[in-house]
Design a protein around this ligand. Structure first.
Ligand code: TPP
Ligand code: MG
Length: 333
C-alpha cells in the first residue's frame, strides 16, 4: 500500500475510512468487554486500549496479511487490527474451549496464526525477543515478510529490549518496533522511570536503528510512518523503531477508571480525551466533504451486531474438558 500523501484523493479517502472503521471496531469491542465485565463471567484481567486505537489501526493497515505481529498485555487492539478472529478472542476472555487459546490463556494470551498474530504474552518485554527471532528466521530463509513487535514504553526499560534491538540492528532484521508511549507504567509516570532529557526513540537510535516519533492518536500519521518503516525493513535496510505518543483512558487493568487514585491529574486526562483519535479523525473526514455518514452509521450497526453475536456465542460455548488439562503442556509430536 502507498503512503496516504502520495495517493489520489479517493484512494486516500478509502484508506481513511478503513482506518476509521478499524478504530471504531476496536473501541466498540472494548466498550462491550467493559460493559460485560461486571457479569463476572470473564475472569481474566483485561487491559483496554481505549484511547490508543489509532496506533493499532495505522500500523496494521500498512502491513501485508502475511506479515507477522506480536504484542503484550494490552493486545486486543493489535489482534483485531491484524485481522484476528473476534469470536475466538471473546471466547478466550470467557475461558471457553472455542477461544483462540482454547480457553487456557485469557485476554493476555491471544494468538491467531492465520492472521499472522503470532502471540501476546503479559510478561512485559517477553515477546520482543520472540519477534526478533521471527524476523531473524525470515532473514535466514530469505522471505520478504516483516514482523512487528508492539510494546509499551516501559518495555524499553528492560534489558531484553536492548539485547533484541542490538541483535536486530546488527543483522539488519526486517523488524519494526512499535512503541506506544502512553506515559505510564501502571501508576508510574515517565519522570520517575526515564531521564527527562532523553526521548524513548533515542534509545533505539543508540542501537543504530532508524527511529521516529509521531502522534499516536492520528491514524494517518501513524500509517505514513509505518508505511515508510515497512518499506525500509522489507527492502533489507534493517529494523525501524516508532515511538507513538498516546494515552490510555481507562484504568491500567480492568474495565473502569482510576484517576481518583491520584497518579495522574484530571486535567491531563481531560486534555487527552480532547485528542480522542476517533472523534478527531471522524471530524476531519466530515470536514473533507467526502464522508458518507449513512455508510458509517450502517458500519457501526453491523459491528454492534457482530460483537453481540460474538458475546452470545462465547457465553454459550463449553469450557475446556477437565480431561484436556494437560494437553499442550508438552510439545506433541
Ligand atoms: C516483567 C514484568 N514486570 C512487571 C510486570 C507487571 N506489569 C504489567 S503491565 C506493566 C506496565 C507496563 O507498562 P507499559 O509497557 O508502558 O505498557 P502499558 O501498560 O502502559 O500499555 C507492568 C509493570 C509484568 N507483567 N512483567
Ligand atoms: Mg505505558
Amino acid at each position: 500500500m502507498l503512503a496516504a500523501a502520495t495517493l489520489p484523493p479517493t484512494v486516500a479517502t478509502a484508506l481513511s475510512v478503513r482506518l476509521l472503521e478499524s478504530m471504531v471496531r476496536i473501541r466498540f469491542v472494548e466498550e462491550a468487554i467493559a460493559r460485560h465485565y461486571a457479569g463476572q463471567q470473564m475472569r481474566c484481567p483485561v487491559h483496554l486500549s481505549i484511547g490508543q486505537e489509532a496506533a493499532a489501526a495505522g500500523v496494521c493497515a500498512a502491513l501485508r496479511a502475511d506479515d507477522l505481529a506480536m504484542s503484550g498485555h494490552r493486545s486486543h487492539a493489535h489482534y483485531l487490527a491484524k485481522g484476528g478472529d473476534l469470536p475466538a478472542m471473546i471466547a478466550e476472555l470467557y475461558g471457553k474451549a472455542t477461544g483462540c487459546c482454547q480457553g487456557r490463556g485469557g485476554s493476555m494470551h491471544l494468538v491467531d496464526l492465520a492472521a499472522g498474530f503470532v502471540g501476546a504474552v503479559p510478561i512485559v518485554g517477553s515477546t520482543i525477543p520472540i519477534a526478533t527471532g521471527l524476523a531473524f528466521a525470515d532473514r535466514q530463509l530469505k522471505r520478504d515478510r516483516v514482523t512487528v513487535a508492539f510494546l509499551g514504553e516501559a518495555a524499553t526499560e528492560e534489558g531484553v529490549f536492548h539485547e533484541s534491538a542490538n541483535f536486530a540492528s546488527l543483522h539488519a532484521l526486517p523488524l519494526v518496533f512499535v512503541c506506544e508511549n502512553n506515559l505510564y507504567s501502571v501508576y508510574s509516570p515517565m519522570h520517575v522511570r526515564q531521564p527527562a532529557h532523553r526521548e524513548v526513540w533515542q534509545l533505539a537510535a543508540g542501537h543504530g536503528i532508524a527511529a521516529h516519533q509521531g502522534d499516536g492518536n492520528d491514524p494517518l500519521a501513524v500509517h505514513e510512518l509505518m508505511h515508510a518503516a515497512v518499506a525500509h525493513a522489507r527492502a533489507g535496510r534493517g529494523p525501524v523503531f516508532l515511538e507513538l505518543k498516546t494515552y490510555r483512558w481507562r484504568e491500567h487493568c480492568g474495565p473502569g477508571f482510576d484517576n481518583h487514585i491520584g497518579y495522574r491529574t484530571e486535567a491531563e486526562y481531560l486534555a487527552w480525551r480532547e485528542r480522542d483519535p476517533i472523534a478527531r479523525f471522524e471530524h476531519r473526514l466530515q470536514q473533507s466533504g467526502e464522508f458518507d455518514e449513512l455508510r458509517h452509521a450502517q458500519f457501526k450497526d453491523a459491528v454492534e451486531a457482530e460483537i453481540a453475536a460474538a458475546f452470545a456465542a462465547a457465553q454459550l460455548a463449553p469450557f475446556p474438558a477437565g480431561t484436556s488439562l494437560l494437553h499442550h503442556v508438552y510439545a506433541e509430536s
